[in-house]
Write a protein that binds this ligand. Structure first.
Ligand code: NDP
Length: 443
């Protein structure tokens, strides 16, 4: 058994009942083998053994009172995975499916993603098994304040800077930042994704979705084509999905299907993104409400969105949402590019099927890194008390996504895996973190 196989086996044994974390380890560690074989000091210094173990993980009680006067108790998490290249940075997820395995998979991926951006940010992730759906704004605020009553002591602008993720948007960040400020007395950039009036950055709301499309445009360009005239299927209808759709449409594509956890809508004439924004961002409604505005659209309850034929597929909802069955449809229907907006959108089997069939595939840690990249730009603006123009941030985002594509492509090519952006992103992300760990001694 070689070094990477040994570390993978030991990490899985040592962390039982954590299937999502195992999946992330299995997706990343084997791809590092050729790079590590060429650089034996990583093995000698046990870099991988250290990397798979979070520096710190905090699990805490979050009690809060609902509108009917009942006490509710949720479980909160913050996993501070790696700070070799900068303070911990990564979102908070509020969803009933959140558990330690989910947060660890996200935190582990985040180390590589943050490194790929070229910015000085380490990896972390957190959240709670709280479901904001159907709750009043007062209930969401009560939960956020209680969550911060514990979390505030573990975070700070030079220590750990949370942001949004599933179930955590501008409203939740506002409530959490307000409570953080009240408890600490500090007006500092301890969160990103803040409102524009209190330290937020232009383009942060759009960043993950726009960045995803910039990545996919690079992939299409490599195939000597672009978004113009393409049919695009996007799962989800949250922050990432909405702004991916907006940018794809600006680039001349037709977004023909979008979804939420109940079903998908499709319209071959192209989905009107302003209507989706109205339904999701303002009304907090369901995607099927789209039919109330556009009669040409269809709604399929619990349907498989990947069965809708498209040139470009952008999964933007949650992990493992694109499995082998979905991938078979994409192959059969002639899809040419798949880029992950959500983290670990595809199962390992689906990823292999897409790659074997020459569909250009970009993993989330490369394709959705635009969000955290602009978060780091928000941190830079906060520390200088300046606000940059939309065009300036957007240009930087575009350049960062191009650089991530190039560094992932080149790393894969260099280690004999030309075109394999999964392996390339893993190696390119790993190198900077591993070298920083080597230089910082036995920490
Ligand atoms: P949102 O909460 O804004 O939206 C999530 C969307 O996905 C909703 O449409 C939701 O539908 C759907 N969804 C969530 N869970 C499930 C599920 N189990 N099954 C089916 N559909 C589901 O989240 P974001 O858009 O912020 O995040 C989406 C993905 O992108 C996540 O994987 C996240 O980690 C990743 N990401 C987000 C970044 C960001 O900046 N926000 C940055 C990088 C990655 P419903 O409303 O019915 O629950």
């Amino acid at each position: 058994m070689n070094y990477t196989e040994k570390v993978l086996k030991e990490a899985i044994t040592k962390n039982p009942n954590e299937p999502e974390f195992h999946q992330a380890l299995t997706e990343i560690i084997p791809t590092l083998a050729p790079f590590i074989a060429e650089n034996p000091e990583y093995e000698k210094e046990k870099i991988l053994e250290r990397l798979v173990e979070p520096e710190r993980q905090t699990i805490f009680r979050v009690p809060w009172i609902s509108d009917d006067g009942e006490i509710n108790v949720n479980r909160g998490y913050r996993v501070q995975f790696n700070s070799a290249i900068g303070p911990y940075k990564g979102g908070l997820r509020f969803h009933p499916s959140v558990n330690l395995s989910v947060i660890k998979f996200l935190g582990f991926e985040q180390i590589f993603k943050n490194s790929l951006t070229g910015l000085a940010i380490g990896g972390g992730k957190g959240g709670a098994d709280f479901d904001p759906k159907g709750k009043s704004s007062r209930e969401v605020m009560a939960f956020c304040q209680s969550f911060i009553n514990e979390l505030y002591r573990h975070i700070g602008q030079d220590q750990d800077i949370p942001a949004g993720d599933i179930g955590v948007g501008g409203r939740e960040i506002g409530y959490m930042y307000g409570q953080y400020k009240r408890l600490t007395g500090q007006y500092e950039g301890a969160f990103t994704g803040k409102g524009l009036s209190y330290g937020g950055s232009l383009v942060r709301t759009e960043a993950t979705g726009y960045g995803l499309v910039y990545m996919a445009e690079n992939m299409l360009n490599a195939k000597k084509t672009d978004f113009s005239g393409k049919a695009v299927v996007i799962s989800g209808s949250g922050n990432v999905a909405i702004y991916a759709a907006e940018k794809a449409i600006q680039y001349g594509a037709k977004v023909i299907a979008m979804s939420d956890s109940n079903g998908y809508i499709s319209d071959l004439n192209g989905i009107e993104i302003e209507t989706v924004k109205q339904i999701k961002e303002k009304n907090r409604g369901r995607i099927k409400d789209y039919l109330n505005f556009h009669k040409t659209a269809e709604y399929v309850e619990n349907g498989l969105i990947w069965s809708v034929p498209c040139h470009v597929a952008l999964p933007c909802a949650t992990q493992n949402e694109l499995d082998e069955d979905g991938a078979k449809y994409l192959v059969k229907n002639g899809c040419i590019v798949v880029a992950e907006g959500s983290n670990m959108s595809t199962t390992l089997e689906a990823t292999h099927l897409l790659q074997e069939n020459n569909i250009c595939f970009a993993p989330g840690k490369a394709a959705n890194a635009g969000g955290v990249a602009v978060s780091a730009l928000e941190m830079a603006q906060n520390s200088t008390r300046l606000s940059w123009a939309f065009e300036k941030v957007d240009r930087k985002l575009k350049d960062i996504m191009h650089d991530i594509y190039i560094s992932s492509y080149k790393a894969a090519e260099r280690y004999g895996m030309k075109g394999n952006l999964v392996a390339g992103a893993n190696i390119a992300g790993f190198k900077k973190v591993a070298d920083a760990m080597l230089m910082q001694g036995n920490i």
